[in-house]
Design a protein around this ligand. Sequence first.
Ligand code: NAD
Length: 476
Amino acid sequence: MSDMRHFDVIVIGGGPGGYVAAIRAAQLGMSTACVDAFIGKDGKPALGGTCLNIGCIPSKAMLDSSRQFHNLQHSFKDHGISASNARIDVGVMVGRKDKIVKQFTGGISSLFKANKVTHLPGFGTLQANRVVTVKDHDGNETAYSATNVILAAGSVPIELPFAKFDGEHVVDNAGALDFDKVPKRLGVIGAGVIGLELGSVWRRLGSEVTVLEALPDFLAAADADIAKVAAREFKKQGLDIRLGAKVSAVAVKRNVVHVTYSDGKEEHTAQFDKLLVAVGRRPAIKGLLADDCGVQLTERGQIAVDEHGHTGVDGVWAVGDCVRGPMLAHKASEEGIAVAELIAGLPGHVNLDTVPWVIYTEPEIAWVGKTEAQLKDEGVEYRVGTFPFAAIGRAVAMNETAGMVKVIADAETDRVLGVHMCGPNVSELIAEAVVTMEFHGAAEDLARIVHAHPTLSEAVHEAALAVDKRAIHKAN
Ligand code: NAD
């Protein structure tokens, strides 16, 4: 084994946690390799993980395409613009998405070359003593040694035992990005982030979309006021969301997916042409850890780490979806950077309390920090200010008036504890709230900062003013 090639850092996983960790480690002067098993649609190894290949980036491409089509049919007329015979070519739309994916996965290969990160295509397994074996796509296995190993294996969709993915009728997020035509009836199990985003894509393209959600509350993780506004808007768009729906059986017969579910009172059946199952994800640890590597798992099947991403095994770290915390690309990337910096002897830390959430529906949903319900549970006294986009000049000019901004501040200190938004471009507006919270800012700070007019950001300004009941453009 002594002729094993050695690296200062080997990263297992080339998604937003792993590739970013690898680039940062290389920037810091360490010899770095990144192992990744993903094979792209062209049959070649593709870096970028779920995010770039079958997640964030392709879904945003499809969300944008479907939004253009929907607006052309529904809202352009309000602007005095009309077009007849609007049609979509799903093949072109999916092809555009594939091109964007290829541009970005290829971009990471170029960044690896520029930073001298060695890409090791294949499946990586952590053995004892920081040896990493890589089984390439021809089945050959090579062992490498490292001073530090960063596990960034990501996550995989949870499969329901009675609704196995078949890639044809019962699909996961990847399958729902690649339908060759608009399904007439699309069923979705799970009204979470993926269910709502991909349900929106196909609804806008013309599918009848039914979303079956097991929980009685809609978007239970979001602030209740925001969830209420969002539910109203989705209903208007024709998304049929059925809450408290427990699916018990799924069967495919003659090209039709038959779903049986109960609403707690009685059993129902529904028929779909395609069924997307989006009931959450679990850490992708299958085959990742040899029995004697020493890394422990939590009871939830995540890799156990301390607040710095250290596994407790000398020189072994883990980041992203395979550890605790939200399963979000940006959280994984920041953890990757922090761990690379810690390995280099620098300070590195990620504040999980200020990780922003974004759901890219229309209207978009975004939040950071605590919800009102969480603060009530914790017995924290707070004040709330809200402001509707309907009273924001820019939103009215854009014809996108649904939604609002809600700022929650500590009743005594005025420190911002949470900001919740639903509306146009809130995926961008949330950044200001994150900065404020990172700097321990107060609602008064947000209220005193000059916001450009006319912009959507004025809704954040006014909501902050409303915390102190002094919003200008609404009655307090
Ligand atoms: P999720 O956790 O967001 O939602 C899953 C939903 O399915 C929940 O509402 C849950 O109650 C419901 N559910 C669970 N079991 C069910 C059952 N048997 N029947 C009916 N409903 C059931 O999970 P997701 O949408 O699959 O997304 C997975 C992860 O990917 C999320 O953790 C999310 O962080 C991440 N993601 C993020 C983004 C984004 O940031 N925009 C986009 C896509 C995915």
